[in-house]
Design a protein around this ligand. Structure first.
Ligand code: AMP
Ligand code: TRP
Length: 336
């Protein structure tokens, strides 16, 4: 990436946790947009392995999932020559910034995070301090790179808001340092819902295997899961209140085909839910086919993947270290 670009282009930063294969929710809500942004912006993407250990992980699996997640990003169109793509733990600035920002974050504001409340209810036997301070680590990810925009799904909006507040507080306390980032959330598909309970978000950790589409699922599996999707007692494909299941399927169909809701209603006028579910399943499977193929190809060349994440970490550290050094000076640490 050339230095002339860095002065002209706005900076994008985002991250994803390596906790298993990505879901259709991750893909539509976040990653798909990451690739599209690469030409217009200076993009920095990280595999958030530091975040992942806030819940219990098997070390060998985490290691495997981290490399797979990196390869999946590449398979989804993130080009490590255009973007800085790296593994979070390879750049120690993230852990360092986490500490500095922790001291400008209030216990009360962290206590209000809905994801913390949900995760601590789910894992009552392991409500660790990392789970509580997780949004501070995420704020550091963003602020280290002076990001302008942060492409995320709806569920991360509250964390981004916290990052903005922490940045503003630090700037007031110590003098201007951090750029205040904005969320970049897609209009359609910002919250892809579970296929089995369309009032909940689609999540990797859902107990019902039919609730969630993984982007490496094969075509038969994808079509089968869509056929079983929960809808409502009507039979008319239209967007409306109380039709969470159909609304979700329409959002998914719209985001993989580019068709508007009006187009979709017209296409399925007079046809039943069965036809519609099949069409959505096939469209999703066809859309994801190139990702599956490219992922398989990349996983045969682990040395190349390693080369990419090593170079990515070096580039990330170079950018982040500048902010880190300034932050240390601002708070009053003696130069090393
Ligand atoms: P995570 O898997 O929690 O690391 O999430 C990675 C990215 O995917 C974040 O930007 C999330 O907001 C986004 N995301 C996760 N689940 C969904 C969903 N069901 N719908 C839309 N976006 C999602
Ligand atoms: N916490 C985010 C999630 O679970 C992942 C993430 C980590 C992230 N660091 C980030 C997202 C920085 C945006 C910016 O989805």
């Amino acid at each position: 990436m050339s230095d002339t670009n860095s002065t002209e282009k706005k900076i994008i930063l985002s991250g994803i946790q390596p906790t298993g294969t990505f879901t259709l929710g991750n893909y539509i809500g976040a990653i798909r947009n990451w690739g599209k942004l690469q030409d217009e912006y200076r993009c920095i993407y990280c595999i958030a392995d530091l975040h992942a250990i806030t819940v219990k992980q098997e070390p060998a699996k985490l290691r495997q999932h981290t490399v797979e997640a990196y390869a999946l990003l590449m398979a989804c169109g993130i080009d490590p020559k255009k973007s800085v793509a790296f593994i979070q733990s390879h750049n120690s600035c993230h852990a360092e910034m986490n500490w500095i920002l922790s001291c400008s974050t209030q216990f009360g504001e962290l206590s209000r995070m809905t994801q913390f409340k949900a995760k601590s209810e789910k894992h009552p036997d392991d409500i660790n301090a990392g789970l509580f301070t997780y949004p501070v680590l995420m704020a550091g990810d963003i602020l280290l790179y002076q990001a302008d925009l942060v492409p995320i799904g709806e569920d991360q909006r509250q964390h981004l808001e916290l990052a903005r507040n922490v940045a503003q507080r630090f700037n007031q306390k110590y003098g201007e340092l951090f750029k205040i980032p904005e969320a970049y959330i897609p209009e359609v598909g910002a919250r892809v819902k579970s296929l089995q309970d369309p009032t909940k978000k689609m999540s990797k950790s859902d107990e019902n295997a039919n609730a969630c589409i993984f982007i490496l699922d094969d075509k038969d599996t994808i079509v089968r899961k869509f056929k079983k999707a929960v809808t409502d007692s009507e039979s008319c494909v239209r967007f409306g209140e109380g039709k969470d299941g159909i609304n979700n399927l329409m959002a998914i169909y719209s985001s993989v085909t580019g068709k508007s809701y009006d187009d979709i209603e017209r296409e399925f006028d007079g046809r039943g839910y069965g036809d519609f579910k099949l069409a959505v399943g096939e469209a999703v499977a066809d859309h994801l086919e190139p990702v599956r193929t490219e992922f398989a190809r990349l996983m045969n060349d682990k040395a190349y993947i390693r080369e990419c994440y090593t170079a990515g970490a070096e580039a990330a550290e170079r950018i982040a270290r500048r902010t880190m050094t300034k932050a240390y000076r601002k708070v009053g640490f003696v130069d090393a």
